[in-house]
Design a protein around this ligand. Structure first.
Ligand code: GLU
Length: 179
């Protein structure tokens, strides 16, 4: 099982998230990643392999941010790869999400979204759920929390998820069921 970490507050998010991911390494994983939000820009960094490899790839990068999410993945849908690693970003680039668990009805949701013109950049059930949330948010013109609530009524499976919204510099939205 993988691990998820989120931080929002006055401190630098990245070192706290990195420390959290390292503490969760014992659970086993195949890739890791972080999404950091700063001045309305989401930056997502992810890598197959150990957290130390992610850390190394980020040396010298500007990671200044007071809010972010981080993930270690244990692949269930899609091979372990940079592309399938979390966080995932929604199609319009507004939301980033990490997910622990399995969305059992992801194929059904994916078909619905594909028929509405969505394309996917990974093989994961996670990206499907994220775009489903984005679709609901846009259709209902509601906030992310409300969109998530509506979306999860359609979801079967186990999950623990964290989401950040490019347009909300302080809030991490979380949901958990059976995971
Ligand atoms: N089902 C998701 C995936 O394959 C999450 C796996 C996990 O719990 O790490 O990406």
């Amino acid at each position: 099982m993988c691990g998820i970490v989120g931080y929002t507050g006055p401190k630098q998010a990245y070192p706290i998230i990195l420390k959290g991911l390292k503490r969760l390494e014992y659970r086993g994983y195949d890739s890791s990643g972080v999404a950091l939000l700063k001045d309305g820009q989401l930056s997502v960094h992810k890598k197959k392999g150990k957290v130390a490899e992610l850390e190394e790839s980020l040396i010298g990068k500007n990671l200044d941010s007071n809010i972010g999410i981080g993930h270690t993945r244990w692949a269930t849908h899609g091979e372990p790869s940079d592309r399938n690693a979390h966080p995932h970003t929604s199609a319009n680039g507004r939301f980033a999400m990490i997910h622990n668990g399995i969305i059992e009805n992801y194929a059904l949701l994916k078909n619905e979204l594909t028929s509405k013109g969505y394309t996917f950049t990974s093989d994961t059930d996670t990206e499907v759920l994220l775009n489903f949330i984005e679709f609901i948010q846009q259709n209902n013109n509601c906030n992310l929390e409300e969109a998530l609530r509506i979306a999860l009524k359609r979801v079967t499976g186990a999950y623990c998820i964290l989401l950040v919204d490019r347009d909300d510099p302080q809030t991490i939205i979380a949901a958990r069921k059976g995971s």
